[in-house]
Design a protein around this ligand. Structure first.
Ligand code: SF4
Ligand code: MG
Length: 326
């Protein structure tokens, strides 16, 4: 069967201006030629440091941002080809869960009103049906219907994220884009929210794109994982091969920071130094070459392309050339 979502050659370039209205003096390649697919019912994790383009990618999928180039195909249709009416429907079917639930909930609105809003916007149900659905979804995310009368400040961080998840579910979406949904939560609460999301995925047959800044968080929830660096996808693989045999030096470095549960298993430890370069002035060739311990001559000259080197495992790095050398 066809993937639910197919993204091809997606780019988002932002102009750099001198002053707010000044002359354009360059551009930031926030997302630079990214392609991937997500099958129905699976979770694709997208991981990278801040500024790597993962949130911008999520926002383009939500149509909160217009791509500079590239195509997004959802449920067999190109988003750019949709009529207004079809776009409204697509918006119902793709929803987002945000990093900071508090910032994304209107403090002056009751939880009931917040959860009802997407139904009102999309013209779903009458007042009575909407109220019923609000109560139903509060319970689905582990809260009670009496919470509908309360306000966001009366909830803990974990409860607020449950509310954010409930809001995303109100329109019966197929795809949820979760942008660092647990990063702002205490570690003890993170697992509860992740478990809830996994249960909901099974019960409601949801497809997830789960964005995170470290590989530890997405490990258990993801079927496949993509690693992004400075606007590019540098590795894309099923979770098992990525975690057991990461290929890209950047993925290896990210994984070096994740504790290994099995003491008999040792992983190659790669430490990278230095900060992520400015996306407005990225290094030539492989954009990771300024931090890569394996840098070769070719690395600062030629951009490595993402290619499949093992079944279902793609990497963009000159270490893995046609001969399959390492
Ligand atoms: Fe390192 Fe070169 Fe591979 Fe880039 S292409 S990750 S610099 S070895
Ligand atoms: Mg972000």
């Amino acid at each position: 069967t066809e993937p639910l979502l197919k993204v091809k050659g997606l780019k988002k370039y932002f102009p750099i201006r001198q002053g707010v209205l000044g002359k354009v003096s360059g551009q930031v390649k926030a997302v630079d030629d990214v392609s991937f697919y997500v099958n129905e019912g699976e979770t694709l994790g997208i991981v990278g440091e801040s500024g790597c383009g993962k949130s911008t990618t999520g926002r383009m999928l939500m149509r909160l941002l217009e791509p500079t180039e590239g195509s997004i195909e959802f449920d067999g249709k190109l988003l750019s080809d949709l009529s207004k009416e079809e776009m409204r429907k697509a918006r119902r079917e793709i929803q987002m869960v945000f990093q900071d639930p508090y910032a994304s909930l209107n403090p002056r609105h009751s939880i009931g009103k917040i959860l009802e809003e997407p139904l009102v916007v999309h013209g779903i149900g009458d007042v009575k049906e909407r109220k019923k659905k609000v109560n139903e979804f509060l319970e689905i995310v582990g809260l009670s219907s009496y919470h509908a009368r309360r306000y966001p400040h009366q909830f803990s961080g974990g409860q607020r994220q449950r509310i954010g998840i409930a809001r995303a579910l109100m329109t019966n979406p197929k795809l949820i884009i979760a942008d660092e949904p647990v990063s702002a939560l205490d570690v003890s609460i993170q697992a509860q929210v992740l478990n809830l999301m996994q249960d909901l995925q099974k019960d409601l047959k949801l497809t997830y794109i789960f964005i995170a800044h470290d590989l530890g968080v997405v490990r258990h929830i993801s079927d496949r994982v993509g690693v992004m660096y400075l606007g590019k996808m540098v590795e894309l693989a099923d979770s098992e091969s990525l975690y057991s045999k990461p290929l890209h030096p950047y993925s290896k470095a990210l994984l070096s920071a994740v504790p290994v549960p099995d003491p008999n298993f040792t992983r190659e430890q790669i430490l990278i130094t230095g900060d992520i370069p400015s996306p407005s002035n990225p290094p030539a060739g492989c954009t990771f070459h300024t931090r890569c311990p394996f840098k070769m001559d070719i690395c600062s000259k030629t951009v490595p392309v993402l290619k499949e080197v093992e079944k279902g495992h793609s990497v963009a790095c000159h270490l893995y050339n046609e001969q399959g050398q390492q």
